[in-house]
Write a protein of this length. Structure first.
Length: 232
């Protein structure tokens, strides 16, 4: 039997997430399950890359690996759950869809730069410190879903990389260092909107929320000024 590296399986997982047929991706993976697990779950690597696989993807890859070895028996209905239970190195987590540009931008250099900047405002009292972040929802895509990640990592929610090819609605959120949250600003992708469109179904359920628009659904300098005036 040919020998394959952890990188071979990692590449196959990435291929599956990018739309390559599982059988094609699994051609070079004649692994026993014991080898399949450490290759699948290189500690925190998949999570860091934004490629934590779903239960269905792990099941499909596992089935293809067995077929490559001549075992064509169908996997049990709860095979994925039992797979996680058998291997302490992995656990089920909640995946949060995140645009690939945001994940790729989270480099060690950028993170160090952020903390270096944070040191320059240490004189500001915590009640005056605020952190604002822009997240969003992609049209036609579920926000969350279970994925299989490393049990050695503490977060129970992990980012899952996705390509932003659909209509995007952004949400600007802000919270102080003491945990005081401001009302969010929702940015719709549009050329114009009228607030009365949202009064009954949206704003009535979320009093205090604010809505605006941009051509791409993302924030801009003008929206930042609007946010400072309306929200902050």
């Amino acid at each position: 039997m040919p020998e394959y590296t952890e990188q071979d399986l990692q590449n196959a997982i990435v291929d599956v997430r990018n739309g390559v047929a599982v059988r094609t991706a699994a051609t070079a993976m004649e692994y026993q399950e014991g080898h399949f697990v450490p290759a699948l779950m290189v500690p925190s690597l998949n999570e860091t890359l934004g490629y934590a696989p779903t239960h269905a993807q792990v099941r499909a890859i596992g089935s293809s690996v067995l077929k490559q070895q001549g075992d064509h028996k169908p996997l049990g209905r709860k095979w994925s759950s039992h797979f996680v239970e058998r291997h302490l190195a992995v656990k089920a987590k909640l995946g949060h869809r995140t645009d690939w540009k945001r994940i790729n931008a989270a480099t060690p250099d950028n993170i160090r730069h952020l903390f270096n900047l944070y040191e320059t405002v240490s004189w500001i009292p915590p009640r005056r410190r605020y952190n604002a972040d822009e997240g969003g929802i992609m049209e036609g895509q579920g926000i969350n879903g279970l994925v299989i990640g490393s049990s050695q990592e503490n977060p129970n929610t992990v980012p899952v990389k996705t390509i932003n090819a659909r209509t995007w609605t952004s949400i600007v959120e802000c919270i102080s260092a003491l945990g005081v949250a401001l009302n969010p600003l929702v940015i719709f992708k549009a050329k114009s909107i009228q607030e009365q469109w949202f009064k009954k179904d949206f704003l009535a359920k979320h009093p205090g929320w604010h809505v605006t628009f941009s051509e791409n659904g993302w924030t801009s300098n003008d929206i930042a000024v609007e946010w400072l005036g309306k929200v902050f």
